[in-house]
Design a protein around this ligand. Sequence first.
Ligand SMILES: [Fe+2]
Length: 358
Amino acid sequence: MGGARTGVRSPGERAQALAGASLARASLARPSMTRAVETLRIELDDPAMSALAIGSLILLTFTAVRITGGAPNALMELGYLPVALAAYAFGWRGGFAVGVVVAAVLGPVPALLGFDHVEGPAEWLIRLSVFAGIGAFIGTMFGRTTVDASEIHARLAEIQERERQSLLALATAAESRDLDAGEHVRRLEVTSRGLAVRTGMNERQLDEIGTAAAFHDIGKIRVPERILMKPDALDPDEWTVVRLHPVWSEQALGAGAHLAVAREVARWHHENWDGSGYPDGLYGDRIPLAARIVRIADAFDAMTNRRPYQAPVSFEAALEELQAGAGHDFDPELVKHFVEMIRGDADLRAELTELRLV
Ligand SMILES: [Fe+2]
């Protein structure tokens, strides 16, 4: 079904399709502020980085207070920064300990060093109690939030896994009918992930593409079996039905944010690099990368496994077909990567052979 072509689309339809693709790409891009906060959090998850940041903030507080005339001084409140950071990074004990240190740095230490404008022991004691107490309190609150968040994460992961299993059962049913028992879905996950690795995708994106590859044809469940299993060429009416399956697949995957990439792949995995595919006639890199990846993995899989309408060909023959279609049906860069991957990875070929339907 991969080689089917549509006619030229109207400018309105094409514009709408392109807008859809841009939106889909934009949904993948994360706001830079969110990224910055995430990066900061990752840095602070490293205890050495946290300790360095806490030390720097203590020094900053000390310096700011001393160069602005010493105590009493409103800039002493800067001391809450290292205390809060320690509470976040090291829990209530860290918050308490750094509270004591900051109170010492602002009180007794300048006195011992012979600085002017220092407060007396009564103020030191009050500041120590407040800083250490607040540090311990913030640390306790962070601790509770972390426990709550990890419980929510565990529940969410459980729900998502359950949903994945249900969809996988449906995808397998939609794909296989009586042809295979889900090996197609497995093969596609393996080859799509492998190709995605070569484009530099991160672990989260690899998981998304694996899921997308598994579910991309889920809408075929609505294509009548007499069409799906027909050994002869399809007539125009039957083609019309088959060409609806990307849209049906996209609809079947609902609206959840975690399946956004799966929906992109579902809708656009029959788009061609030169714009001759369906359902929207997207072309070039306007077709989302994930969809271009699955397009190639799916075409390779269709050629190398038994189908109602064709006998399988060898891996090598299929790779040559892909190369012949590079720049027309397929992204030429990705074809290069895919050919290298299959030719260069004997383990992958063995795994695909094991899952093969000949
Ligand atoms: Fe498909």
